[in-house]
Design a protein around this ligand. Structure first.
Ligand code: NAD
Length: 241
């Protein structure tokens, strides 16, 4: 799959890792469509990447995702690459976690990924080509205070591996990336002591950048990875080994 003019959709792209992914793909010649729930933010982010497009979509909304996919494919072109990235956390020890905190995280991080893959996959099947890249997390293996988030990310890995098996006959690859500790508004919102404690745990001795994740997305989107599917790739400077 050549990058030039191929349409790549990135969800949760107005800031953080999603924006870093959009930047890297844009620099490699993709026609990037930035998607986010924050309309003003996604419009401003798209304005910094000449020739990119944007859509304000709540990834939780099945029908809204369906119409976004139709409008992107009609107005811009067939979606060659889908990067599911929009995610939230509502961290709390499990015995204090509310039903609302559980539901909120599952709705964005798991249902949101289902919604996009579900609406993009039929076109990719018909074209016998496509790349789906799901941003999971190192936390999928379990992390104190993140039962909802870890469950959503482990769910993303089950989704990834199942779609990889179902879509392989159509030459569509589906892979997951597990970022470790990446500098974004999500991690900057942590208490300073917890932030410093996480830094100490990284063997490479530095926090990751959104571009560190974006370059691995670019590999998984490219022809170089055409025989790689159903994999889970950590991008964490050795955080989880
Ligand atoms: P972030 O909070 O900086 O950005 C997330 C983006 O998603 C925001 O722009 C937000 O507006 C958007 N979003 C939230 N809910 C949405 C919805 N319902 N519909 C559409 N867009 C929505 O977060 P980030 O740190 O950049 O994280 C991006 C992804 O990477 C997430 O899936 C997160 O779980 C994952 N991740 C992050 C880290 C890290 O260290 N930052 C580590 C592992 C995994």
């Amino acid at each position: 799959m050549t990058a030039v003019n191929s349409v790549a959709v990135v969800t949760g792209a107005q800031r953080g890792i999603g924006y870093g992914i959009a930047q890297v793909l844009h620099n490699r010649g993709y026609r990037v469509v930035l998607v986010d729930i924050d309309e003003a933010g996604v419009q401003a982010a798209s304005a910094t990447l000449a020739g990119s497009a944007w859509r304000a979509v709540d990834v939780r909304d099945y029908a809204a995702v369906a119409s976004a996919v139709s409008s992107i494919e009609e107005d811009i072109g067939p979606i060659a690459v889908l990067v599911n990235n929009a995610g939230i956390n509502r961290d709390r020890m499990f015995h204090r976690m509310s039903e609302a905190e559980w539901d909120a995280v599952i709705a964005v991080n798991l249902k949101g990924y289902f919604n996009w893959a579900r609406h993009v996959a039929p076109g990719m099947r018909a074209r016998r080509a496509g790349r789906i890249i799901n941003i999971a997390s190192a936390s999928w293996q379990g992390n104190v205070g993140q039962a909802n988030y870890a469950a959503s990310k482990a769910g993303v890995i089950g989704l990834t591996k199942t779609l990889a098996k179902e879509l392989a006959p159509f030459q569509i690859t589906v892979n997951a990336i597990c970022p470790g500790f990446i500098e974004t508004p999500m991690t900057r919102a942590m208490p300073e002591a917890a932030f410093q404690q996480m830094l100490q745990k990284i063997p490479m001795g530095r926090i990751g950048t959104p571009e560190d994740v974006g370059r691995v997305v670019a590999f998984l989107a490219s022809d170089d990875s055409q025989y790689v599917t159903g994999e889970v790739i950590a991008v964490g400077g050795g955080l989880v080994l």
